[in-house]
Design a protein around this ligand. Structure first.
Ligand SMILES: Nc1nc2c(c(=O)[nH]1)N[C@H]1C(S)=C(S)[C@@H](COP(=O)(O)O)O[C@H]1N2
Ligand SMILES: [Mo]
Length: 385
């Protein structure tokens, strides 16, 4: 039983307890839309071989998706520089820069602070941007302590407007003829950093963070693309200007061509908050009953629609058995007696505020010149007999 439900049981009276227990068991019956003895039909369009097996590891195999939570041993990981191995006994983290009282916290100090959990689907903003990079996504229950009270305790000075998160990992970064050994670093505005959802996270699905996912401590910034969730944290620094590191301003930049009064202008923005998206995960078959199962995330999802070949958009059923504000929603659509042969399957998510996941030929996607923030509709190919 998830911790939050266990906690609820402890604090509620016995009548409420019975009601919650009943709700829990009835809800469990609908968890994940798999059917006993179904068979998964592999997609015809498989990702090509990963050319960067050090930087990109354990991509989600969409056909294997069979639980709302992605287990730690199947969770993707991305590293731009090295993958540090950190000794938690000697590790500590500094909070400095424009603060009244710089802090130095050990893992024990951080663990002793109030615990907060969030189920959050992390997606790399490069996901679906390459023919080989389609599984840079996973959903986990992250636990840690909120960042905001720590910044408050350090006392951000009046001038402070930017919070920079430095990882322990480093690599060589060139600009023109200057070469630097730089730490991985990303920043947020002070207002964004103070969001009460942000966690200094030490736990993933009930276990210590795996080394690949940032042990001993990482930032978890629900609602942001993967890149904002800095792993292997070493230092947090408050500054008085915007921060223009490699991964803020020179790479992980989305370049779009836009029309303004009949003229083309180029916008270049740092990869930031997650965007509405969905994807078909797999097609399953039980006898002649086919089912399409997928996920939708990146915004509060109102509904998901599925298009087979050039047919009408059909509403999928959203699985409400396990949901959280920042987590993907699992959806399914029964596909009765498909015509034998090859088909395409496309999904699109619609948010509670009416945003629609753009088609690949929408100017928003078609006129995007870098692969980051690839939230266009995903079409997969499948053959049924
Ligand atoms: N220190 C550090 N943090 C990092 C990265 C990195 O290379 N170094 N990669 C980022 C990117 S691009 C993504 S998509 C997420 C992925 O998180 P995961 O590796 O836990 O899946 O971590 C982010 N945090
Ligand atoms: Mo990423």
């Amino acid at each position: 039983m998830p911790d939050f439900q266990r906690r609820e049981l402890l604090v509620q009276g016995s009548a409420a307890l019975a009601a919650i227990a009943a709700l829990y068991t009835s809800r469990r019956a609908y968890a994940f839309p798999t059917r006993p003895s179904e068979e998964v039909i592999p997609w015809l369009d498989q990702p090509t071989e990963n050319p960067d097996p050090v930087g990109i590891q354990k991509q989600l195999v969409w056909e294997d998706l069979d639980s709302w939570i992605t287990p730690n041993d199947k969770f993707f990981s991305i590293s731009h520089f090295n993958r540090p191995t950190i000794n938690e006994k000697t590790w500590s983290m500094e909070i400095g820069g424009l603060v009244k009282k710089p802090l130095k916290l050990t893992l024990a100090d951080i663990r002793a602070r109030p615990r907060q959990e969030v189920v959050f689907t992390v997606e790399c903003s490069g996901n679906h941007g390459f023919p080989f990079f389609t599984g840079g996504i996973g959903n986990a229950r992250w636990a840690g302590t909120p960042l905001a009270p720590i910044l408050e305790e350090a006392g951000v000075l009046e001038k402070g407007i930017e919070v920079v998160f430095f990882g322990t990992d480093k690599g060589e970064v060139p600009i023109r003829d200057v070469k630097m050994q730089q730490n991985f670093a990303r920043s947020m505005s002070l207002a964004d950093a103070m969001n009460p959802d942000n966690l200094l996270c030490y736990e993933m699905n009930g276990a210590a963070l795996p080394a690949a996912n940032g042990f001993p401590l990482r930032l978890i910034a629900p609602g942001w693309y993967g890149i904002a969730n800095v792993k292997w944290l070493e230092r947090i620094e408050v500054r008085d200007t915007r921060f223009m590191s490699l991964l803020m301003a020179r790479d992980y930049v989305t370049i779009r061509e836009e029309e303004h009064n009949g003229e083309t202008v180029w916008t270049e923005t740092s990869v930031g908050r997650a965007l509405i998206k969905s994807a078909p995960a797999k097609v399953t078959r039980k006898g002649s009953d086919y089912r399409i199962i997928g996920a939708a995330w990146g915004a509060p999802i109102e509904r998901v629609e599925v298009q087979i070949d050039q047919g009408p958009w059909a509403p999928a059923t959203i699985d409400h058995s396990e949901e959280a504000e920042h987590a993907w929603k699992i959806w399914s659509l029964d596909w009765a007696n498909p015509v034998p042969g090859e088909h395409t399957v496309t999904s699109r998510a619609v948010s509670t505020t009416g945003q629609i996941q753009p088609a690949m030929d929408d100017p928003l996607i078609a006129k995007k010149h870098t692969y980051w923030e690839s939230n266009g509709q995903v079409t997969r190919r499948v053959r049924v007999d």
